[in-house]
Ligand binder design. Structure first.
Ligand code: PLP
Length: 405
């Protein structure tokens, strides 16, 4: 260790971190070490679905912490049975594999898809069809599936068996799905990092029809848009189109690292003993928090809150868009996955918002995202809109000052 190094010198420099030293959180509020309070509409990027320090989750975690933290998956873990039963009873799925993160859930889904075909004697069916603007996490397979050049550069050759297409190029999607090597289509029903783009019902149906016609598995990545974020438990429910496989994470653990790959019994039929595994995935502590978070999120009153507050927030943002045409280009997303395509640089807006006490996330296509907890109140939504307006006024002033230099 060099004598002049600062503490953060000892972390990989992979994040452009905001200069806030976080200390504690409570509901929608985040406090830094100097005691400054922020209205947190990032919430770990749609992770803290019930806000910071939710008492129900704290209770579930501490009760379990006194009983049993961890055992290997070579033993039966009752919490896994309990959470998997709840997930299956409330979705298209029959079976679940638990992971520690979203990208591991995606990894599991991709392996499942190839194994599905291999176990039917079709080893050549390996192609995963993914889409531009997608984000599926940071494993080799996940970055290859999403095809984002920024995340692929410098990491050597891409893994074979991945096709990346534009969601608008229906002919290319059809051709790829009809290829004898095609295995699955992987898509986020509402893209998160890609700029909060929601697929239309007809796009969802087109993908389902192509999978059915060609024997492909349809995999939904609902890691960001699932678990109540859009106002229904799963975003796919809006279209009526069900997948064969679905990846979830983020709000599933309310801040505790959990992911899950859900599948129909048929889709998961290749995942036999020894084909996959995880040391930590689905450990008793994670399951206790996951069960508690799921029970809260599935409550009709919470989903009603998402619909009510997101309707209000959108209406207020529409007003802001009319009043600040130089700031807002387009409003996107669904429910409380709110995308705002801004006209000034999105990083500048995020910084100015932070200076004004509002935390918002970035996104591709010059978007900022508001991802408040699902139990956010209308008053907090109003406060956020007020702070965003202050931010826009500051951005206007900064632009004017630049002009006059
Ligand atoms: N998929 C989607 C849609 C995501 O938004 C994310 C994370 O932002 C991931 C996958 C990766 O999840 P994790 O960072 O937990 O690996």
């Amino acid at each position: 260790m060099s004598p002049s190094s600062s503490p953060e010198d000892h972390l990989f420099g992979v994040y452009a971190r905001a200069p806030i030293e976080v200390e504690r959180g409570e509901g929608t509020r985040l406090y830094d070490r100097q005691g400054r309070m922020y209205l947190d509409f990032v919430q770990g990027i749609a992770v803290n679905g019930l806000g910071h320090a939710n008492p129900v989750l704290i209770e579930a975690m501490t009760a379990q912490a006194h009983k049993l933290w961890h055992v290997s998956n070579i033993f039966r873990i009752p919490g896994q049975d309990e959470l998997a039963t709840k997930l299956c009873a409330n979705s298209f799925a029959d079976q679940v594999f638990f992971t520690n993160s979203g990208t591991e859930a995606v990894e599991c889904a991709l392996k499942l898809a190839r194994k599905f075909h291999a176990s039917r004697g079709q080893e050549e069916r390996i192609d995963i069809i993914g889409f531009a603007g997608a984000f599926h996490g940071r494993t080799y397979a996940a970055v290859t599936a999403a095809g984002n050049e920024t995340y692929l550069a410098g990491f050597g050759p891409r893994l074979p068996g991945f096709v990346n297409l534009s969601l608008d190029d229906h002919d290319a999607i059809k051709a790829a799905a009809e290829a004898p090597t095609a295995a699955a289509i992987l898509v986020e029903p509402v893209q998160g990092e890609g700029g909060a783009r929601a697929l239309t019902d007809s796009e969802m149906k087109m993908l389902r029809d192509l999978c059915d016609a060609n024997g492909l598995l349809l995999i939904f990545d609902e890691i960001q848009c699932g678990m109540g974020r859009t106002g229904k438990l799963w975003a796919y429910e809006y279209s009526g189109v069900e997948p064969d496989v679905m990846c979830i994470a983020k709000a599933l653990g309310g801040g505790f690292p959990i992911g899950a790959c859900l599948a129909t019994r048929d889709a998961a039929s290749g995942m036999v003993v020894g084909s996959h595994g995880s040391t930590f995935g689905g450990n008793p502590l994670a399951m206790a928090v996951g069960v508690a978070a799921f029970d809260e999120i599935v409550k009709p009153e919470l989903l009603e809150n998402v619909n009510r507050v997101s309707g209000y927030l959108r209406q207020q943002l529409e007003g802001l868009k009319d009043a600040y045409p130089d700031m807002i280009d387009e409003l996107r997303g669904k429910g409380l996955l709110v995308g705002i395509k801004v006209k000034p640089n999105n990083r500048e807006i995020m910084t100015l918002a932070r200076d004004n006490g509002l935390l918002i996330a970035g996104g591709s296509d010059n978007c900022v995202r508001m991802l408040p907890p699902l139990n956010v109140t209308e008053a907090e939504a109003r406060e956020a809109v007020g702070l965003l307006e202050k931010t826009f006024l500051a951005a206007r002033a900064a632009a004017k000052a630049k002009e006059s230099v």
